[in-house]
Design a protein around this ligand. Structure first.
Ligand code: ADP
Ligand code: MG
Length: 473
């Protein structure tokens, strides 16, 4: 390009050098490994970034620092501007460059050369709204989110992140993140074949393939994936054949340098009844956790969810006071946060009134009061035992006959629903059982609810009785 531009290139390269010195290598590589100079004029420098998300992050984290470095170098104020150029549009893409390294002079992409990219049909298994743009990053999830972004930028350059395993409790964003990886790669790398399944689907497909003698096409489907994403791998506990199959799938993909991402509701070390060799594969790459969000992050998430709804409903407005009220009271996870917001908005639409603090308070009262109002585990145990005509102490006892273990599982499930006790604490209340026993009990009840239509009303009935008993002291 012109002299002016090469003049600025020297400064830009110097900025990169300084950032490289200042930042941890992984962080530098993540945010600046793929940022390149596009153009410049007297007062600004424009760099190419691969997505809106990327732009927002770089801007938020580094724009001030970069502008002040430029000021020091040039002696006047230069504004940093961004241009979004998706990876397929960049020359020297990883296709001809299998290592994916691009350390030499970054490619020059002039603004007018960056054509809008043809759309790829949405991925049939992925929810379009699970994107990085819609994912709010806080300290509770930043490692996981950064690793996810990093993989999505360079799906061919399989790094130490293979596999990436994201773990954490329910409603903290595991599915959102893993599907964002899928959407991002599917939309930006049109030749790449992204496979997303839940562990449950993987298992069912595997079983069907045996029954229908279609093992070959099952194997082909998974082993032809360029990127394999499996959600909720903890389901694989106690399923030796599926474990065996996944183990071989893993090895085949790993050996041919294909990226894999898994999610799990607990750390790998706490998955029970899986083979050591599979556990070893899961922990081979990078394991990162998701924690419950802080107040500030909850606030930002609720704001974001409201913005998303305003696209369909521009008249929607939710006062900040209401958002504060929601975020102060709902701390458990993002799914509950969203459910609370939905409840308030649904009600205000129903009565055709704006969202007010009164509506929020009245709608949230029964939303969280059962959890926070003192529901005691002894009341739960007494009422559940009563319902099954058992002595209460049996629920805390050692017996594992079906007649007792089912009511016990149900009582544990209800305790998790109605109190804020952790799985560990619930385990203690039920005869000193392990927290994984409690998680298992809750999963059993949840899966039974899906197949047994009478269970949900039973649980509702018990919940009501427990609440009544609790409020009567
Ligand atoms: P998990 O799979 O861990 O149970 P999900 O990914 O299903 O949780 O998340 C539950 C809900 O919370 C989803 O609607 C998701 O979009 C939302 N969510 C979770 N974390 C975030 C976040 N950081 N920013 C925005 N939405 C989030
Ligand atoms: Mg999930």
């Amino acid at each position: 390009m012109d002299n002016e531009n090469s003049y600025y290139r020297v400064f830009w390269d110097e900025v990169l050098n300084q950032l490289r010195d200042q930042l941890p290598p992984q962080e530098y590589e993540l945010w600046f490994g793929r940022v390149s100079l596009v153009s410049s004029d007297e007062s600004s420098i424009t760099v190419a970034v691969p997505s809106q998300f990327f732009r927002d992050q770089v801007k938020q984290r580094y724009a001030d620092r970069i502008e002040s470095l430029l000021y020091d170098l040039i002696g006047r104020r230069i504004v940093l501007a961004f241009q979004i150029v998706t990876p397929d549009e960049l020359p020297n893409e990883t296709a001809e460059n299998p290592s994916g390294r691009n350390d030499r002079t970054p490619p020059e992409v002039r603004a007018d050369e960056a054509k809008p990219k043809p759309q790829r049909a949405p991925h049939p298994e992925l929810n379009q709204s699970y994107t990085f743009e819609n994912f709010v990053i806080g300290t509770n999830n930043s490692l996981a989110a950064n690793a996810a972004v990093s993989i999505s930028r360079n799906p061919r350059r399989v790094s130490g992140y293979n596999p990436l395993l994201i773990y954490g409790g329910v409603g903290l964003g595991k599915t959102h993140l893993i599907q964002s990886i899928g959407n991002e790669i599917h939309n930006n790398f049109h030749d790449m074949n992204v496979t997303y399944v839940t562990m449950e689907t993987f298992m069912n497909e595997f079983i069907h393939s045996i029954q229908n003698k279609k093992q070959h096409s099952f194997k082909t489907k998974y082993r032809m994936s360029d990127v394999l994403l499996i959600d909720d791998i903890h389901i694989i506990q106690k399923k030796p054949e599926t474990q065996e199959e996944l183990f071989h799938t893993f090895n085949a993909l790993y050996d041919s340098n294909r990226q894999m991402v898994f999610t799990c509701d607990r750390p790998v070390s706490e998955i029970r009844e899986i083979t050591d060799r599979l556990r070893n594969r899961f922990s081979r790459g990078l394991n990162v956790d998701l924690q419950p969000p802080s107040y500030e992050t909850r606030f930002a998430i609720v704001k974001k969810k409201i913005e998303n709804r305003q696209v369909a409903n521009p008249n929607l407005s939710v006062p900040d006071k209401v958002i504060e009220h929601i975020c102060q009271n709902i701390r458990t996870n993002v799914r509950d946060l969203e459910a609370a917001l939905t409840k308030i908005i649904a009600y205000s639409e129903l009565v055709n009134r704006e969202v007010t603090m009164e509506i929020a308070q009245s709608q949230l009262r029964d939303f969280f009061s059962p959890a926070t109002a003192a529901v005691h585990v002894d009341v739960i145990q007494r009422i559940v035992a009563d319902y099954f005509s058992l002595p209460t102490h049996e629920l805390r006892g050692k017996k594992r006959t079906k007649a007792i273990s089912y009511p016990r599982q149900l009582a544990m499930y209800i305790t998790r629903e109605l109190t804020e006790l952790s799985t560990t604490e619930v385990g203690q209340e039920f005869g000193g059982r392990d927290h994984t026993t409690v998680m298992h009990a809750c999963q059993r009840i949840e899966s039974r609810m899906r197949t047994d239509p009478t269970l949900e009303p039973t649980v509702q009935h018990l919940n009501r009785r427990i609440r009544e008993a609790s409020s009567n002291g």
